[in-house]
Design a protein around this ligand. Sequence first.
Ligand SMILES: NC(=O)c1ccc[n+]([C@@H]2O[C@H](COP(=O)([O-])OP(=O)(O)OC[C@H]3O[C@@H](n4cnc5c(N)ncnc54)[C@H](OP(=O)(O)O)[C@@H]3O)[C@@H](O)[C@H]2O)c1
Length: 350
Amino acid sequence: MKAWRDRPTEQAQAAAEAARRRAETEAELDAAGIDLDPIPPGQHAHPHQHSDPGERPTTGIVGAGAVGTALGVALTRAGWPVQAVASRDPARREHFHGLVDGARRFAEAQALIEEVELIILAVPDDALAPLARSLRMYSGQAMIHTSGALGAEVLEPAMAAGTQIGSFHPLVAFADTERAVTALHGATVAIEGDDQLAPLLAEMAEALGATAVRLAPGSKAAYHAAAVLAAGGFVALLDAIAELGAVAGLDEAGSLAIYGPLIEGTLGNARALGIRAALTGPITRGDVGTLRAHLTTLANHAPGVLDLYVAAARREIELAVARGSLAPGAAETLRASLPSRLQGPGEPVP
Ligand SMILES: NC(=O)c1ccc[n+]([C@@H]2O[C@H](COP(=O)([O-])OP(=O)(O)OC[C@H]3O[C@@H](n4cnc5c(N)ncnc54)[C@H](OP(=O)(O)O)[C@@H]3O)[C@@H](O)[C@H]2O)c1
């Protein structure tokens, strides 16, 4: 039998041992991204961390892909607390954690919801609806996504009483984390959210050095399609330029070195003079012989570029007519020279 005075020491040691084991287990569970605080069925009170009044909300990001990781880095540097990340991929979780010190890691998005007040879903557009259907928010929380194509309503299935939803779409090409963090400065962020959430999202955009804008109802798809043309569409154009450059003996770096200044000059002209006035080239002059020579070369040496060239030429003809530099007859001759379908290698152009 132990003396009673020994008991507190033993109890303290046992308690310390239990706490040590619990901390170890929690660290292992945490590293494995396992939910530490499962919600008993039907219970919706929970211990997610609350910010003090006037403070920025505790924030978590679901999706450690291009956008999620760059936003995590940018928000942290801006003094906006990113406290958790959820990614199903252990390597991406670790990578995020390496860049955003102190962020807790979860494999499951619902486990992250237990931790934070503002939940950012940075997952592919097609994953948003099924993911939102699998999640449940708690009173006082807000959930946003970063898609430019979808409205905030895709998040409705995750809502409970007293929650808010919105969207936060940065007009940035997230090809590389550091470059994207830099590009957020001066970028535009389209936000959606009710009157309580929108000011917070605008504050978040401003913290990143960006400008928040609200789009007219129903205009999001067109706004996003323009963004896709400006980013991915422009890269497709660059790729076509490089393919033609290769026919002329240039490697990719050579094409970028030679045609890059021409692109920048054209963009500068459009900014200074307007888009119509920036149009140059054989179509503005009605040079049908040059157009035909290009089409023959493309059909023979770069047939994969032909449809893009033809689509751009059709648009250039309309632009030149609209600004009055191409007579209707010359425009008709140019239009008639364009193939109505893709040419095979060696096939004559009309
Ligand atoms: N890329 C851009 O330039 C850009 C610009 C503005 C806005 N956006 C928008 O931002 C969003 C994310 O784009 P992103 O380029 O960052 O995509 P991404 O690089 O492909 O990353 C997506 C992340 O979401 C996770 N994920 C995928 N499917 C999931 C699911 N069913 N449930 C939970 N998580 C899932 C991924 O996998 P793991 O869970 O396995 O890690 C990954 O971490 C999209 O809505 C996109 O339209 C993109």
